[in-house]
Ligand binder design. Structure first.
Ligand code: COA
Length: 380
């Protein structure tokens, strides 16, 4: 079957999965059968990761044990932190994360063991250490020392604590936790697919995750949250939204970052939850400037025929940019936070891929010449 030139594999089903179901028509998302609306309301990120890895929710004792295992894996080898200190301070945090995660593989004695047991242990290590690595770079690039995570803290708590160096506040922790839950898995998105392709070569988990991070970095995928915030900052003021929409979007055909989705032709359910979170945070911090600006731009798009005809709605990245900015997370750390969350889904998909692993190797439709006559180099 030909996917057709330029199709981007849209709608092509390439495997069965129990991890997540993206219902693009109705705007719904499920992890292991549970709606993300319920998970965002009731679960923690740790519980969500457990669900994705085990295809069932944990009992209390299973969750306690799981959290203890994560706590035991939070530390990153000091040699890796030393290497990060050598990197140029203006390195993009996603590039640093890609490098750091790759190095984790060099320090893991089980890196080349692809057994299901070892893969589960590595998934847990990756989930725990990615948070530590991300926060470490935020400090190292400012000339500060990384902070050792606390074993009694959750992943969300540790992220805030090791980044800011202060005890995290409950509202901030819940906002980060909800963000981590909502982005944990999403069908065969580009980065998950990348991880599966590497795995399909019998490649090790660290190679697969390093490649997945590279795929997530692009602005058409994970990088859209950063790009959306930069767009809001470029507009700068709610009074300039109308002119921006008329001149740049309608006049110059500029894309609004954080709007549109390959699968959702209805409002992105994650965006709906994050919109509410952005509103709550704007109110609780008395800083509604960016929320109001983003809301106005979205409303203009939502009522515009061009966007209506193409079923373009705010996706997960649109309001998550406002949530993360209000939480004072540096803009270039938005995508690493996405990676921290998606680590749960990437590793779950890699483990699932291993269970029935076959080389993913599609074909191309060759459109060049054939049987050309060889011309000696001096005669060309
Ligand atoms: N603003 C304005 N127009 C947009 C748009 C946006 N954010 N997103 C898509 N469109 C338009 C395209 O120009 C195209 O118009 P056309 O039919 O006149 O050619 C049409 O909508 C379909 O978009 P296309 O880019 O072909 O769809 P896709 O499925 O290949 O791409 C995205 C989906 C996500 C890459 C795309 O919507 C996009 O670039 N969005 C902004 C980046 C983003 O938020 N990415 C995160 C996704 S979670």
């Amino acid at each position: 079957m030909s996917a057709g030139a330029g199709s981007g594999l849209a709608g092509i089903v390439i495997a069965d999965t129990r991890k997540s179901k993206v219902d693009g028509v109705n705007g719904r998302l499920y992890y292991g059968g549970y709606s993300i609306f319920d998970l965002a309301e009731h679960a923690t990120f740790e519980e969500t990761a457990y669900l994705l890895w085990n295809d069932k929710l944990p009992t209390q004792s299973e969750l306690d044990d799981f959290k203890q295992q994560i706590a035991g894996e939070l530390s990153v080898p000091s040699q890796i932190l030393d290497v990060l200190k050598l990197l140029p301070k203006d390195s993009h945090p996603m590039g640093v994360l890609r490098t750091g995660v790759s190095m984790l593989g060099n320090f893991d004695t089980e890196a080349e063991d692809n057994s299901p047991e070892a893969n589960k242990r590595k998934a847990l290590r990756l989930l725990a250490k990615t948070t530590t690595l991300t926060a470490a770079w935020a400090r190292i690039r400012e000339g500060k020392d990384p902070i050792e995570p606390k074993p009694e803290y959750s992943i969300a708590e540790n992220f805030i604590y090791t980044m800011r160096g202060e005890a995290p506040e409950a509202t901030d922790v819940r906002a980060v936790d909800i963000y981590l839950i909502l982005l944990a898995d999403h069908g065969f998105n580009a980065s998950t697919f990348t991880g599966r392709v590497v795995t399909s070569t019998d490649g090790d988990m660290y190679s697969a995750i390093t490649a997945a991070i590279g795929a997530l970095k692009g602005p058409k995928h994970g990088g859209a949250n950063e790009a959306a915030m930069r767009l809001f900052m470029e507009i700068g003021d709610i009074d300039k939204v109308d002119a921006f929409f008329a001149d740049e979007v309608k006049g110059n055909g500029r894309k609004i970052m954080g709007i549109g989705h390959r699968v959702y032709k209805a409002p992105d359910p994650r965006g709906t939850v994050l919109h509410e979170q952005a509103k709550v945070l704007a109110e609780s911090t008395n800083n509604s400037k960016w929320y109001e600006l983003a809301k106005k731009l979205e409303e203009l798009a939502r009522n515009d025929d061009y966007f209506i005809e193409r079923k373009l709605y705010a996706n997960v990245d649109y309001y998550s940019a406002i949530v993360l900015y209000t939480l004072q997370i540096p803009v270039d750390f938005f995508t690493p936070l996405f990676a921290m969350s998606r680590m749960a889904g990437w590793t779950a998909n890699i483990i699932e891929q291993w269970a029935d692993n076959r080389l993913i190797r599609p074909s191309a439709n060759y459109i060049g010449d054939i049987d050309l006559e060889w011309v000696a180099i001096g005669d060309r």
